[in-house]
Design a protein around this ligand. Structure first.
Ligand SMILES: [Zn+2]
Length: 60
């Protein structure tokens, strides 16, 4: 069974600037703002899917 990663979805949408670290499979690094984010957070995923944007302010 193959798991669908959001990066796969992004590629389907035309993005190809994300990478997944082996040790942190749930985190991807945005090629636009270089912020690492949790792929399971759909709001963050949508934010980083925009062609131009700033990093999301994080409390911690
Ligand atoms: Zn971003």
């Amino acid at each position: 069974m193959e798991r669908l990663y959001p990066v796969t979805e992004l590629r389907r949408w035309g993005f190809d600037g994300f990478s997944i670290e082996d040790e942190a499979k749930h985190f991807v690094v945005c090629a636009v703002c270089l912020q690492a984010f949790d792929e399971r957070n759909f709001e963050e995923l949508l934010h980083h899917s925009m062609p131009e944007h700033d990093p999301i302010p994080l409390d911690s």
